[in-house]
Write a protein that binds this ligand. Structure first.
Ligand SMILES: [Zn+2]
Length: 245
C-alpha cells in the first residue's frame, strides 16, 4: 500500500475530495499527507482530515506566501500542533526562483523548524534554487525531514540523504533529461513518493490524481531497472521508517 506523501486535497477544482480519496484507495494508495500552503488553508485541511481518517494534515506557510506579515500569521502554528497531535509541519522552505530575497523566507522557515523539533513532527520542505541556504540549516532540521518534489542535482540529492533526510519524488523528476542518472545515485531507502496533486500535471491542464501514484512507482522502477514489486516493497518500508506505521 502506498502513501501519497504530498497532496493538496483542498486545491482540487474539478474533482470532489471524497472521490479523489476513494478512487486512490481503490488503487492501493491508502494514506495521504495533506500540506497547507497558507494559514487560510489550515482549517480546511483540518476539515478534510476529520472527514477522512486516512488523511494527515500539515500546517505551514509555503515560501511563495511569505510576506511581511508571515511571522505574525505563524503565531497560531503552535496551537494547531498542540490541538492536532498527528499533524506534520509544512509545507515551508525557501524558493529563490520565485523570490531571490531569502532573509524573510529563512526566518519564517526557522520558526517552522523550531516547532517541528519541539513537538517532534515530520517537516515538509519546499526548496528551489536554495541549496546553499538549506545546507546551512541542515544542522537544525528535525530528523524526520522530507525535501518534497525533488528535481535537484545528483550531488544535492546525495547531500540531503547523507544528512539522513528523505527525498519526495513526483512526476516532475521524470521530466528531467537526466532523470535516470539522478535516480541511480539516490539512496532508495530514503525516498518517499508523492503526486503533489492537483499540481505537477501529467497531462497538460489536467489535475493530477493520487490514483496515479502506482504509475509513478512503475515509471521510476523502470528507470531503475528493478521490478515495480521490488520498488514498491522498498517504498513501503521507507513509509514505515519515516511515518512510523
Ligand atoms: Zn506542495
Amino acid at each position: 500500500m502506498y502513501v501519497d506523501s504530498h497532496i493538496h486535497l483542498q486545491d482540487y477544482k474539478t474533482q470532489d475530495i471524497k472521490n479523489v480519496v476513494t478512487n486512490a484507495v481503490q488503487n492501493n494508495v491508502a494514506q495521504f499527507i495533506n500540506p497547507s500552503a497558507h494559514p487560510d488553508d489550515w482549517n480546511t485541511v483540518v476539515t478534510v482530515a476529520s472527514e477522512h481518517p486516512n488523511v494527515t494534515p500539515a500546517f505551514g506557510i509555503h515560501p511563495w506566501y511569505v510576506d511581511e506579515d508571515a511571522q505574525n500569521r505563524l503565531d497560531n502554528l503552535e496551537k494547531y500542533l498542540q490541538e492536532y497531535p498527528q499533524a506534520w509541519v509544512g509545507e515551508c522552505g525557501i524558493d529563490r526562483l520565485k523570490n531571490p530575497d531569502t532573509a524573510r523566507q529563512i526566518s519564517v522557515l526557522q520558526t517552522h523548524i523550531t516547532l517541528a523539533r519541539q513537538y517532534n513532527r515530520p517537516l515538509i520542505i519546499h526548496s528551489v534554487k536554495a541549496d546553499s541556504e538549506m545546507t546551512s540549516l541542515f544542522p537544525i532540521l528535525p530528523q524526520h525531514t522530507v525535501f518534497h518534489s525533488f528535481t535537484g542535482s545528483a550531488d544535492w540529492g546525495k547531500a540531503i540523504q547523507t544528512h539522513g533526510f528523505f527525498i519526495g519524488l513526483n512526476f516532475s523528476i521524470l521530466r528531467k533529461k537526466n532523470a535516470a542518472e539522478i535516480l541511480h545515485t539516490l539512496n532508495l531507502s530514503q525516498i518517499l513518493l508523492e503526486t503533489d496533486g492537483p499540481y505537477q500535471n501529467i497531462e497538460r491542464g489536467v489535475e493530477t490524481l493520487p490514483q496515479n501514484l502506482p504509475l509513478l512507482a512503475q515509471k521510476i522502477a523502470e528507470m531503475l531497472h528493478i521490478s515495480t514489486a521490488e520498488f514498491a516493497a522498498i517504498i513501503e518500508q521507507n513509509q514505515k521508517n519515516f511515518i512510523g506505521e
